[in-house]
Every structure is written in structure tokens, then in C-alpha cells.
Design a protein around this ligand. Structure first.
Ligand SMILES: NC(=O)c1ccc[n+]([C@@H]2O[C@H](COP(=O)([O-])OP(=O)(O)OC[C@H]3O[C@@H](n4cnc5c(N)ncnc54)[C@H](O)[C@@H]3O)[C@@H](O)[C@H]2O)c1
Length: 326
């Protein structure tokens, strides 16, 4: 039986495909390549270029392969873009998500691991953030993921769809073969490394007067292969009859933007220039996970610290200076 990975040509999806295959799992990938890269997948991975909202295509994939579960990564994920063009986010992430879940159920597929996000919490009332903290997103991207979470809950109740919604904090880092490569790139780690390599003249730091020790935002950085492994544990949990659940994926340790820059200077030996820009609307000061539930329910233990994350992405960049060539 096979696992359908939507968005499997994207950053976290392609690393998850790599790790699933290494464990001997059979995988089928569906991706429209709007943000992903065919070159991020091995040539022998069954690949469908198409949209998750295409019900007929999902039915065809289910018929052509014996699909047992779906890991649903496919989504648009730029917070700023979701503010300027929310329709794009609700149509792609929610409308197409509804179609996908309907088509999966119709094909008898009742196990889903869903990519959710710490953005569903919005401005947290407390940190570290546990799964029971109130959720009130402060951008359309977060609302699109929040809506899919509620849909999954309702579908479990009504139709017996079992799911694990994994709320990732900041995915970062690379494996030997796959790394983070987006155009444009909005994430701090690749941008700091671009500043170290000279590809960017400087890295922008958004806001310096947050209520944190150095005034810059604090985030919880999780290595992409640790994240990928959590999906495999979540699949195993569902296969053993585990109940649907919402689980944070973070390390429980936060680093400020300036601490990331400093760590990147140490790892790369590069001179990294910083440009102080105004804060971005809706950027919370501190997003750090309470990571206890992932340990308790899934037995998940993240293995990389910040320098390990930076080193892995730096090594990948040196081998792939122009990213993926499609
Ligand atoms: N990167 C992070 O730090 C982070 C944090 C929290 C949550 N997430 C979530 O994790 C998932 C993966 O994130 P990523 O960083 O790998 O993003 P990504 O953009 O690299 O990957 C997403 C993939 O989905 C594909 N896709 C998008 N819409 C599609 C559609 N309608 N049909 C088919 N394919 C479609 C894109 O082409 C891309 O390959 C997303 O759902 C994102 O919201 C990411």
C-alpha cells in the first residue's frame, strides 16, 4: 500500500518523501509545481503534476495506486502574500483542501497527516505555546490552516476520517540531497546564508523594539528532517489506530533573529551585514513551542540544534549554488 504525498516536490514534502522511501515505504507524489521542483524528487518516484482540488485526478491516483494514507503538504505559505491576496489562499488551501478530503473519503482513504502551523495561534497569550492555547490567527494564511483543522475535526466526527494535524514552528535546514529553495525566499535561514555567501548584500531584520532581550523576534527553528520523521511517526500512530489529534512540532527553544545571524557568522565564517527594517504587521514577538505532546504521543525527539540546522543548509547550498535546476 502506498502513501500519497501532496506538495511532495516542495521543501518539507520532498525531504519527507526522501525519508519515507529510506524506510521502504511506497510513495506517490501530487504537486502542481507552482512552488515546488521536480528535481527535488528522485526520477523513480511516481509523480503527478496537478492540483489537489482536482477530484477526478485524486480518484485516478487512488485507482492506479493502492493508496492507504495521505500526507497533505500542498499549500501556499507566504504570510505577506496571503494578506494582499487572501482569495488565493482560501481558494488554494481551503477550497482545494475541501475537494481533496472529499475525494480521499470517496476513494476510501481515511488517514491523513496534515501540515498545520504555529500561525494558527496568532499572537500567543503565553509561551511556550501548548496545543491547548487559544487559536486566533492574525493573517489569512493562518486562517486557511485553521479552517482546514476544523474541517478535519468535523470529518472525523461525521465520517471517521482519522488525522494528525502537525503544527510546525520554523522549518529550516537541509539533508545532504535536499534543501530550502524558494523564489522569492521569505524565510530567515536561507536569507541569512545568502547574505553570508554574498548573494544578498544584507539580510533584513524586521523590527528591533520587540519585548525580547535584544529587541528582535524569537522563533523556534526545527530541522526539516526532524519534521519529516514526525510525519512518519504520525503515520505509524494512525496505522496503530491512534485517535485524531493536533500536535506542535518545535524544539521548545527560541532564538532571536540576531542570535540566528550571529550563529550563521560562526558557522559560515562570513561577514553578514544586517539592515534594520520596520516590523511587519502581524509578526508576533515570540513563537516557541511547548514540545511535550509530540514526545508523549509520537515519541518524537528533534535532534538538530540551531548551528546544526545552519550548517546543514550551508553545506547544501555549497553543493547546489543555484538551487534546483528544473
Ligand atoms: N516552511 C515552514 O516553516 C512551514 C511552517 C509551518 C507550516 N508549513 C506548511 O508546510 C507545508 C509545506 O511547506 P513548505 O515550506 O515545504 O512549502 P513549499 O511551497 O516548498 O511546498 C508546498 C508545495 O505544494 C505545492 N502546491 C501548492 N498548492 C498546490 C495545489 N493546490 N495542488 C498541488 N500542489 C500544490 C507547491 O507547488 C509546493 O511544491 C505547507 O502546507 C505549509 O503551509 C510550513
Amino acid at each position: 500500500m502506498k502513501v500519497l504525498v501532496t506538495g511532495g516536490a516542495g521543501y518539507i514534502g520532498s525531504v519527507t518523501v526522501e525519508r519515507l522511501k529510506r524506510r521502504g515505504e511506497q510513495v506517490v507524489v501530487l504537486d502542481d509545481l507552482v512552488r515546488g521542483h521536480r528535481a527535488a524528487l528522485e526520477a523513480d518516484v511516481p509523480f503527478y503534476q496537478g492540483r489537489v482540488g482536482d477530484r477526478a485526478l485524486i480518484a485516478r491516483i487512488a485507482k492506479e495506486h493502492d493508496i492507504e494514507a495521505c500526507v497533505h503538504f500542498a499549500a501556499l505559505a507566504y504570510v505577506g502574500e496571503s494578506v494582499t491576496d487572501p482569495a488565493k489562499y482560501f481558494e488554494n488551501n481551503v477550497e482545494e483542501g475541501v475537494a481533496l478530503m472529499g475525494a480521499l473519503l470517496k476513494a476510501g482513504i481515511r488517514r491523513v497527516v496534515f501540515s498545520s502551523t504555529c500561525a494558527t495561534y496568532g499572537e500567543p497569550e503565553q509561551t511556550p505555546i501548548s496545543e491547548t492555547c487559544p487559536q486566533w490567527p492574525n493573517n489569512p494564511y493562518g486562517w486557511s490552516k485553521f479552517t482546514m483543522e476544523r474541517l478535519l475535526e468535523s470529518y472525523d466526527h461525521a465520517y471517521g476520517l482519522k488525522f494528525v494535524a502537525l503544527r510546525y514552528f520554523n522549518a529550516s535546514g537541509a539533508t545532504e540531497l535536499r534543501g530550502e529553495y524558494h523564489t522569492p525566499e521569505s524565510h530567515l535561514v536561507p536569507n541569512v546564508l545568502s547574505a553570508a555567501s554574498g548573494e544578498l548584500a544584507e539580510v533584513a531584520v524586521f523590527g528591533k523594539n520587540y519585548p525580547t532581550p535584544d529587541g528582535t523576534c524569537i522563533r523556534d527553528y526545527v530541522h526539516v528532517s526532524d519534521l519529516a520523521d514526525a510525519h512518519i511517526l504520525a503515520l505509524e500512530y494512525l496505522r496503530k489506530g491512534g485517535q485524531s489529534d493536533f500536535i506542535n512540532l518545535g524544539t521548545g527553544h527560541g532564538y532571536s533573529v540576531l542570535e540566528v545571524v550571529e550563529a550563521a557568522r560562526t558557522v559560515t565564517g562570513g561577514h553578514i551585514r544586517v539592515r534594520m527594517d520596520p516590523p511587519r504587521p502581524g509578526d508576533p514577538a515570540r513563537l516557541v513551542a511547548d514540545a511535550k505532546k509530540a514526545r508523549a504521543i509520537l515519541g518524537w525527539h528533534p535532534t538538530f540544534d540551531l548551528k546544526g540546522i545552519l550548517r546543514s543548509q550551508w553545506d547544501w547550498r555549497k553543493k547546489h549554488p543555484t538551487g534546483y535546476v528544473d
